[in-house]
Ligand binder design. Sequence first.
Ligand code: PLP
Ligand code: COI
Length: 340
Amino acid sequence: MSKEVNIDWGNLGFSYIKTDFRYISMWKDGKWDDGKLVEDNMISISEASTCLHYGQECFEGLKAYRTKEGKIQLFRVDKNAERMNTSAEKLLMPEVPKEKFIDACMQVVKANEHYVPPYGTGATLYLRPFLIGVGDNIGVKPAPEYLFGVFCIPVGPYFKGGMAPCNFNVADYDRAAPRGTGGYKVGGNYASSLNSHKMAADAGFADCIYLDPATNTKIDEVGAANFFGITKNDEFVTPVSPSILPSITKYSLMQIAKDYLKMPVYEREVFIDKLDEFKEAGACGTAAVITPIGGIEYKGKFHVFYDEKEVGPVTKELYRILCGIQVGDVEAPEGWIFEV
Ligand code: PLP
Ligand code: COI
């Protein structure tokens, strides 16, 4: 490591820490500049930027991992680049070329190498790429200029306790509309989740489950993570819906369940009043990794899956393989690992 930093790696949560360098690139007159690393974590933009008023912004989240040998690797960064461009297209923002996105992430990790937590601490370096509409504008229309940035933060577990079961309730409000932006990683979805998250936290839950906004009968998301369940017949099931963010972790787990654990895998509707079909359930995402779901409260009833305190065996095995791949202990499918 190039430089020592005074961080208690084992006790990190999911909070902002200012690291040394971040990447910034500007789009103007139809093209991107070369981009550069800067030390200042403040950005100066027009008061009339579309990202401030009309939510013209999207973002990504991925992690850098330290291997046993001390090397650093990114997990499926190409998929984050693709997904950000899907969000950008939806909000009429310019494409960030995949090579530029990957190069920006690599530069940020290299420049902040000393913040990549050591192997075995459970902590990782979280990268936050973002794309925002900036420049002088007041009408409801796409911005004249754009800023693409990437910063990084060493993080521990997103949900308290890490790989310990968490309980969830069901939100009273939807995070996105039917035929809206639920399937894209755009700020508006998160703004509309703040209130439901607070209500869940105030009631003692880790977060809330969002039902499909069209019928309110099927599971869409688990806070800022996707849902999966293991049926009594040992099938891996995850919901299908146009308003779910297509989680890279979820698609990775589907492949792990199929190829490593030889389980049948289904993407299908998951009805909130049919939770009995599952013997285990979990939330999955970059920040959440795999968070086992202890139980879900719905309409005054509390449904427990495997156990409120203990993690089920299939969930444990999925976690072992996913995290093993991410830190280089388990052989990865081709193309999943990008060495920094
Ligand atoms: N769902 C939502 C709403 C999210 O914000 C995230 C986080 O990115 C996920 C699911 C999980 O997606 P991924 O596994 O790509 O991080
Ligand atoms: C992620 O898992 O990367 C997320 O975006 C979740 C959340 C912190 C917004």
